[in-house]
Design a protein around this ligand. Structure first.
Ligand code: GDP
Ligand code: IMO
Ligand code: MG
Length: 430
């Protein structure tokens, strides 16, 4: 029995959904600690494809409990839609398998509208998912946010909403020059949502800690990736939460001593959606080839946007291993590189005619960094049916060893396709 965390090590979309689904077998509870419905975690079970946005990927396993922690921001409409999509596919979601924290902050229509206006009109677009995630966290930090526990009490909810709209409508009308929001309209709409969600809203902090004391195994599900972390990522081109392992403690109310191991999910190359520096990006044919290779191309699961693709970057992944204190890594989408004759791996950057081996904190500096590549021979052989490490082509083994060396973390899982069975367990009993 142990509590394991799964986190993204790059700019998101590393394949966390697939790895979480595999590791859910060994867990009793799967808990999300940050982000919101900006996340899109894919799990493929035979011919069924599921994309989870707010609900932990563990929901697809019968008899497992799922927790949406206090650090997550919740759009109740999107959550209800996700529940009904799952139910339409035969997955049961009820109050005994889904627990929503009372302290989780709620995304309101004005959060989405203000983000859309900012992204459309202001300089320095971030290329967000337009889900209102950033503005929801802004209100949380400004201590004016509305939490799930506020929604349940109509008097508190109305009073907070009125107070918020007094300020927010001035911003919309006077600064943006657009119509503001009506208290009654939002109140009625959200009261309808909370009626349906009320049975799920619980004290998740005590529930989780009691479970841990009883020896129940928890799987902590990270969203996004280390380079999108608000503190440690490519600021300001980041999301608005702590996607690194530190976020687990604050986002669920679980102390650091309760986390036994941290598995970083790393794609065998790199992708990014939205704006921001990406030193190893491939803009030409090779980038398109990576985007469209394999059964599922590199297109965002939440927004459908094409993902920017590039070579593996040992500087950012080494940094990410350090930030997260990774115990092991799971390498995904190795099969996408199957037919490349030669593969580049970035081992350092060149900046101002100097070699840079550490992640620079400023995005303008990272933007000017040129990758220093090491060339590795490809394996030119399909890996999609390989199930044992020793049966992987020798050059694929060499490639994986180099990634592990650059991150200074052992590899425990290798994924060679989106299906559950397309997995190589390098060591059992994680
Ligand atoms: P997440 O946000 O980290 O959960 O990742 P996404 O689900 O957004 O994107 C990963 C994509 O890669 C999904 O479409 C997965 O089905 C797919 N995938 C995961 N592992 C593999 C793999 O090893 N090979 C291939 N070809 N696809 C994979
Ligand atoms: P998963 O969990 C990839 C990116 C957006 C944008 C930036 C800020 O599926 O890996 P936001 O809407 O969060 O304010 O956008 O972060 N982004 C993601 N990119 N995967 C994700 O989640 C992402 N969630 C946010 O594209 O660049
Ligand atoms: Mg995703």
């Amino acid at each position: 029995m142990s509590n394991v965390a799964v986190v993204g090590t790059q700019w998101g979309d590393e394949g966390k959904g697939k790895i979480i689904d595999l590791l859910t077998e060994n867990a009793d509870i799967v808990a999300r600690y940050q982000g919101g419905n900006n996340a899109g975690h894919t799990v493929i079970i035979k011919d069924n494809e599921f994309t989870l946005h707010l609900i932990p990927s563990g929901i697809l396993h019968k008899d497992k409990k799922c927790v949406i922690g206090n650090g997550v921001v919740i759009n109740p409409k999107a959550l209800l839609e996700e529940i009904s999509e799952l139910e339409n596919k035969g997955i049961e979601v009820n109050e005994s398998n889904l627990y929503i924290s009372k302290s989780a902050h709620v995304t309101m229509p004005y959060h989405i509208a203000s983000e859309t206006l900012k992204e459309e009109r202001e300089r320095g677009r971030i290329g967000t998912t337009l889900r209102g995630i950033g503005p929801t966290y802004v209100d949380k930090a400004a201590r004016m946010g509305i939490r799930m526990c506020d929604l349940i009490d109509p008097d508190i909810f109305r009073a907070k909403l009125e107070e918020n709209l007094d300020q927010i409508n001035v911003l919309f009308e006077k600064i943006y020059g657009v119509k503001g929001f009506q208290v009654n309209k939002i109140f009625d709409e959200y009261s309808g949502y909370v009626e349906k969600l009320a049975p799920f809203i619980k004290d998740t902090v005590f529930m989780l800690n009691k479970a841990i004391d009883e020896g129940v195994s928890i799987l902590f599900e990270g969203a996004q990736g280390a380079l999108l972390d608000i503190d440690h990522g490519t600021y300001p081109y980041v999301t608005s939460s702590n996607s690194t392992a530190g976020g687990i403690c604050t986002g669920l109310g679980v102390g650091p001593t309760k986390i036994d191991s941290i598995i970083g999910v790393v794609k065998a190359y790199t992708t990014r959606v939205g704006e921001g520096p990406f030193p190893t990006e491939l803009k030409g044919d090779l980038g398109n080839k990576l985007r469209n290779a394999g059964p599922i191309g590199e297109y965002g699961r939440s927004t459908g946007r094409p993902r920017r693709c590039g070579w593996f970057d040992g500087v950012i992944t080494g940094y990410s291993a350090m930030l997260n204190g990774l115990s092991r890594v799971a390498v995904t989408r190795l099969d996408i590189l199957d037919d490349l004759e030669e593969i580049n791996v970035c081992i350092a950057y060149e900046y101002n005619n100097k070699r840079l081996e550490e992640f620079p904190y400023r995005s303008d500096i990272l933007q000017q960094c040129k990758p220093i590549y090491e060339k590795l021979p490809g394996w030119m052989e399909s890996t999609v049916d390989t199930r044992e490490y020793s049966r992987l082509p020798k050059n694929a083994q060499k490639y994986l060893n180099r990634l592990s060396e650059l991150m200074n973390v052992p590899i425990s899982i290798i994924s060679v396709g989106p299906q559950r069975r397309q997995t190589i367990f390098v060591e059992k009993n994680l």
